[in-house]
Unconditional design. Structure first.
Length: 192
């Protein structure tokens, strides 16, 4: 089964957590734009320096930077059978770019899966993660801003994928294993 998938949802819904699990189960790479930015920030690269300016205050990194990075990553051989994009696309312009990247190879997206969760729940999770990991974008003020950016820029893309008949919504509240099973069901993955 080809699996060209995007995982949507607010910050803290469990995208990163679930992407790793789904990717292993489906045998395709999980590609997290947030993780690529954080690796570059840690490595002190030019891309990292630029990404930090935006991510530390909960803003989106400019599209031209993010789009070029994703285009490059999707050109790698390990995406031949599919991929699971976590955190991309994040606005309408990025949806158009992903369409273009795939169309250039005669491909299209199979499904967009949105993990839903209330702002209060995700805020609580992210504040808890802050105590464990100390991510600089997990402070109360920055989380509030990330949720605002999500509502204004990212939430509209769910409607876009729904209009194309590609959207599935999955409740992100519950145990991690429970949510994974719901997601596998939504994707139509064969039972293990
Ligand atoms: P991301 O790394 O994508 O950050 P995120 O939206 O907070 O999701 P994350 O994957 O980390 O959290 P998760 O929900 O899994 O982006 C960070 C920044 O990078 C952005 O603000 C932006 O600046 C930049 N960026 C990234 N992509 C971009 C793009 N396309 N364009 C422009 N800029 C971009 O998990 C949250 C917590 O919940 C975890 O601690 C986890 O343990 C916990 N959790 C998960 N599932 C749970 C469950 N079922 N129950 C209880 N806790 C759970």
């Amino acid at each position: 089964m080809s699996a060209r998938l995007v995982l949507l949802g607010p910050p803290g819904a469990g995208k990163g957590t679930q992407a790793a699990r789904l990717a292993e189960r489906l045998g395709v790479p999980a590609i997290s734009t947030g993780d690529i930015f954080r690796a570059n920030i840690k490595g002190g690269t030019e891309l990292g320096r630029l990404a930090q300016e935006y991510s530390s205050r909960g803003a989106l990194v400019p599209d031209e930077v993010t789009n070029a990075m994703v285009r490059d990553r999707l050109a790698a051989d390990d995406t031949a059978e599919g991929f699971l994009l976590d955190g991309y696309p994040r606005n309408v312009a990025q949806v158009a770019e992903l369409d273009a990247i795939l169309a250039d190879s005669g491909l299209a997206l199979d499904r967009a899966v949105e993990i839903t969760a209330d702002p209060e729940v995700v805020t609580e999770r992210l504040l808890k993660r802050a105590q464990i990991e100390g991510r600089e974008d997990d402070t109360a003020d920055v989380i509030r801003h990330r949720l605002d950016v999500y509502a204004s820029e990212t939430a509209p893309i769910s409607d876009l994928y729904a209009q194309r008949g590609l959207l599935s919504q999955v409740d992100g509240i519950g145990g991690v294993d429970e949510v994974t099973e719901r997601l596998l069901g939504a994707i139509g993955a064969p039972a293990s």
